[in-house]
Design a protein around this ligand. Structure first.
Ligand code: MRU
Length: 346
């Protein structure tokens, strides 16, 4: 592990979740990269719909958006328990959503008004940005100069308060000159890698090369990547990691080819209440997302499709877990307990 000392604030220009005082402005990720349109949410129901429909996505970002949804409900005098239940049900897998709502719920229970709730939501958002910057520096320190990396899905400013988790490490590693090549898997079916990561990196001046998801093993065999670096939606107490569908097969291929596998996630993604990955609720989305592309049907009428949008990578396949509280190598129950204590973040 090396010290990087690089300026981690460079290559970081985007903020996709913006509080406006009386509404939540979200960069509509369904329309990127060709249209930069913003959606204004005025109540908790609109925020929940934006989360469900992937206007805003990425585990930390949906937690932050939900926290602001609670503030909107309080400003309007809506039923806060009902608002929080609606927000909690928006998506099942990313535990950051539940962690943010647990935290807002504690404030509500102690009688907080809309102003206090707004300060709490802002704290959740600010802490996420600080965590990402810390993880970027810590993760980049593990990467030898001249390395190539492969990432999956979108884990950047679009998926967080800013800077990103896995993309934060890539930003920091690129800024310090250690990361020489970045590859992004396209991330079928929703194309978070192709549409979002490629756009975000290009915008921030980090050259990246797109690959088909199915090219990943071939890329690893070619020797061009030394690390796979991914984010997470929920990390169970034993280190099993739920992330975007396709992550598990990347971890298997990485182990086979001697490529290291790094998971980068803030403590809000760690769920010590879930013993192992077997207990993680994996979101199933509409088969139509798989049967078509860019709104155009690609598969014969009547065909069936199965569309789980996350999978679980067993902890044995994770070489390094980077959190803002520290780095764990070969994560398991004992190592996570040592870092997070018995109670953890939830
Ligand atoms: O379905 P999505 O786009 O919300 O899935 C996002 C991911 O799987 C990310 O890798 C994960 O949330 C980490 S984002 C910092």
């Amino acid at each position: 592990m090396r010290e990087t000392g690089a300026d981690t604030s460079v290559h970081d220009s985007l903020r996709a979740v913006q509080w406006r005082g009386d509404g939540l402005r979200l960069l509509d990720q369904r329309r990127l990269p060709f249209e930069e349109t913003w959606l204004d949410c005025r109540n908790a129901g609109e925020v929940a719909r934006a989360i469900r429909d992937l206007v805003v996505r990425g585990a930390p970002a949906i937690g932050i958006a939900a926290a602001w949804g609670v503030v909107l409900a309080a400003q309007r005098g809506d039923d806060l328990d009902a608002a929080m239940a609606t927000l909690r049900a928006a998506r099942p897998t990313a535990v950051n959503l539940m962690a943010a709502l647990d935290r807002m719920g504690s404030c509500v229970a102690s009688g907080a008004d809309a102003g206090v709730l707004a300060r709490e939501a802002q704290a959740i958002q600010d802490e996420d940005l600080a965590a990402n910057r810390a993880m970027g520096a810590m993760g980049a320190a593990w990467i030898a100069p001249g390395s190539g990396v492969l990432t999956h899905c979108n884990t950047g400013s679009l998926a967080t308060s800013g800077f990103g988790t896995a993309l934060g490490v890539i930003r920091a590693g690129y800024a310090s000159g250690t990361i020489a090549r970045v590859y992004a898997g396209e991330t079928r079916p929703w194309l978070q890698g192709a549409r979002l990561t490629m756009w975000e990196l290009q915008r921030d001046g980090i050259p990246a090369t797109l690959i088909a998801d199915s090219a990943a093993s071939h890329l690893m065999k070619s020797g061009q990547v030394q690390w796979v670096i991914v984010g997470a939606d929920r990390i169970a107490a034993n280190g099993d990691t739920a992330n975007k569908i396709g992550t598990y097969q990347l971890a298997i291929a990485a182990r086979h080819h001697g490529v290291k596998f790094m998971v980068v996630a803030p403590s809000t993604t760690v769920d010590l209440a879930t013993v192992s990955g077997d207990a993680i609720d994996i979101e199933l989305r509409d088969p139509d997302e798989l049967l078509g592309c860019a709104g155009r049907r690609m598969v014969a009428d009547g065909a069936l499709a199965w569309n789980p949008v996350f999978d679980v990578t067993p902890h044995e396949l994770v070489d390094v877990l980077v959190t803002e509280r520290g780095v764990v190598t070969q994560p398991d129950t004992a190592a996570l307990r040592a870092l997070f204590g018995q109670s953890g973040t939830r």
